[in-house]
Design a protein around this ligand. Sequence first.
Ligand SMILES: Cc1cc2nc3c(=O)[nH]c(=O)nc-3n(C[C@H](O)[C@H](O)[C@H](O)COP(=O)(O)OP(=O)(O)OC[C@H]3O[C@@H](n4cnc5c(N)ncnc54)[C@H](O)[C@@H]3O)c2cc1C
Length: 224
Amino acid sequence: MKTLKAGYEILTPISENGLAELQHIERIGRVCYKSEGKITQDGESAKKFVKMLIDRGHEAMLEHSTLSVKFTVDRGVSHEIVRHRIASFAQESTRYVNYSLDKFGNEVNYIDLEGGIRLDNKMKEMDGETVAAILAQWREAMTQAEAHYMKMLELGATPQIARSVLPNSTKTELTVTANYREWRNFFKLRTEKTAHPQMREVTIPLLNELKGKLPVIFEDIEVE
Ligand SMILES: Cc1cc2nc3c(=O)[nH]c(=O)nc-3n(C[C@H](O)[C@H](O)[C@H](O)COP(=O)(O)OP(=O)(O)OC[C@H]3O[C@@H](n4cnc5c(N)ncnc54)[C@H](O)[C@@H]3O)c2cc1C
């Protein structure tokens, strides 16, 4: 078994300060107000216009956008992400992938729990010894799950049958494509203190990076 840190990769190229993306939304949104004459080439009118749309709740205009992100998370977190019905998904399949093969390193990859524990509202205050004991239990369970998975394959089970013993911690890659309106909804729900800590482990850094790349779209979403 191997443990990996959860992470993400932004797949959609984003222009300098997100200006091209804002100008695209501006061109479309100004049709509503018939204010195309106010468009300036330097992008300043786009910044003001898109901010105005968000401030007054006219977020439907943000649907004229697209952003794809590849998450590397555990299957528990991926199960929560795919509840977002407005997004589109592509996920590593445990039906077709056989982790006993050389190209997958002949082992099952798991997402490390430590990052999640550090963000868990109750567990983050625990002493190191207790956390170590909890992690030792988790590692033992992961090792056993992998051993049963490999044994089932060895006995002739197909990956789609053997996968039934793979736990929530199994690493998965999940590509999510959505428009900015949906990403805003996603971040509001999934960076909140009430969201799962392993979800927050990836959504908070992602939101912070997007605030840097597309400030007008994301900067008003605050994270505690
Ligand atoms: C803290 C937390 C705890 C949760 N706990 C549970 C749980 O215990 N059990 C559980 O089953 N789920 C749970 N969920 C998942 C939750 O119920 C939603 O399925 C998930 O958050 C997707 O939210 P959404 O509907 O806003 O997003 P999306 O599906 O992406 O939808 C985006 C928006 O589109 C609109 N929309 C989409 N579909 C419809 C529709 N049919 N009708 C009207 N408007 C629509 C809504 O405005 C919605 O906010 C939890 C989520 C969070 C954040």
